[in-house]
Design a protein around this ligand. Structure first.
Ligand code: KG4
Ligand code: ZN
Length: 336
């Protein structure tokens, strides 16, 4: 089964074709970074307008790259939420209409489920059940994954998402948008342990996270310090250490609690090198193994949408003719 995947939930237009027999056939991501940079963050209206411009030419190019025509597709999957509603509607309306015209099953995919399943695109992939840490710009979720569509939320952020904390802290340091990767790059030049930022909720008995206080602690240091490049790098390093320590501690607890030996990470922040290294170390100390997507599939992309859609379409699931677009959508509402 060949499935076209369409991702437009934020500031990336992602298009891919996944085949249940031969894997990923072609994919492309267009990033709108240059459009939003001067505003210091994503402007939803501009994001939607750009998706409108990019989506059809990208679908045409991907079909050509895979040496396929629209008639070779057996299904269409699109991001139906959560995300920016006006941006989601571009992909959703196009995907649903294309499915209607081609008379093929079409399915609205949950963006975070797609991040959760992105490591399945790799050769070395986890087997169910496993624990998943999803860290993106809008969500921080720790999930017990029993099987496709069987998700038990162990914990989540009570305030800012990890990616959001990275982006806001990067702004405090005067770094350009998108802040997360810029801050991570700067942290590579910083000294370990120079500033002692809090590890929020690290001792709480639950699996929840809180990152807004951490950002405030950084603000206190930033307002007092003379921000030389070296001091900025030290702040970035200490901030990253605090975030990574917190995430590692909660993941260790979740592995112990569930007695599972596989940990999966996904979402934009899973591209962070320190996070990957420290989680891999913790997992191996516990006799467990860490799985993650390749860098291009950590951040938003069409391949994870095509893969997730394909798994559900293979089970006979598809939507009716209504166009599905949900800015908020809990992962636990999904079933199989
Ligand atoms: O999953 P994603 O592409 O979009 C959402 O679904 O939100 O995640 C984007 C987030 C942004 O907050 C970005 O700053 C962060 O992931 N990010 C990183 C890194 N690469 C992307 N944060 C820390 N280190 C990175 N290397
Ligand atoms: Zn995402």
């Amino acid at each position: 089964m060949r499935v076209l995947g369409i991702e437009t939930s934020c500031d990336e237009t992602g298009i891919a074709i996944y085949c249940s027999k031969h894997g990923l056939l072609a994919h492309a991501v267009y990033t709108q970074t240059d459009i939003h940079r001067i505003f210091g963050g994503v402007v939803p209206e501009l994001a939607s307008r750009d998706h409108v411009l990019k989506i059809l030419p990208m679908i045409k190019a991907i079909l050509q790259e895979a040496h396929l025509s629209l008639q070779d597709l057996a299904g269409i999957a699109y991001t139906a939420g959560p995300g920016l509603i006006s941006a989601i509607m571009v992909g959703a309306a196009l995907a649903r209409s294309l499915g209607y015209a081609l008379q093929i099953p079409t399915l609205g995919v949950h963006h975070m489920e797609a991040h959760l399943l992105a490591p399945m695109l790799e050769e070395e992939k986890p087997a169910y059940p496993f624990v998943a840490l999803l860290v993106s710009g809008g969500h921080t979720l720790l999930v017990k994954v029993e099987a496709l569509g069987h998700y038990q939320l162990l914990g989540e952020s009570v305030d800012d998402a990890v990616g959001e904390a990275f982006d806001k802290t990067a702004k405090l340091l005067g770094l350009p948008y998108p802040g997360g990767p810029e801050l991570a790059k700067l942290a590579e030049q910083g000294q370990r342990g120079h500033y002692q930022f809090p590890r929020p909720m690290i001792h709480s008995p639950d699996f929840n996270f809180s990152f807004s206080g951490l950002k405030t602690s950084v603000l206190q240091v930033v307002t007092k310090a003379t921000l030389t490049p070296a001091i900025k790098a030290d702040i970035a390093k200490s901030f990253e250490e605090a975030v990574v320590d917190t995430l590692v501690s909660k993941c260790r607890k979740a592995l112990l609690h569930t007695a599972l030996k596989q940990l999966v990470i996904g979402g934009g922040v899973s591209a962070n090198k320190s996070l990957r290294a420290d989680l891999a170390k913790m997992a191996s100390e516990m006799g467990a193994k860490l799985y993650y997507p390749k860098l291009e599939f950590c951040t938003d992309n069409g391949a994870m949408i095509a893969y997730t859609g394909c798994q559900r379409l293979l089970l006979g699931q598809h939507d009716d003719l209504t166009i599905k677009a949900r800015p908020r959508w809990s992962l636990e509402e999904l079933t199989n």
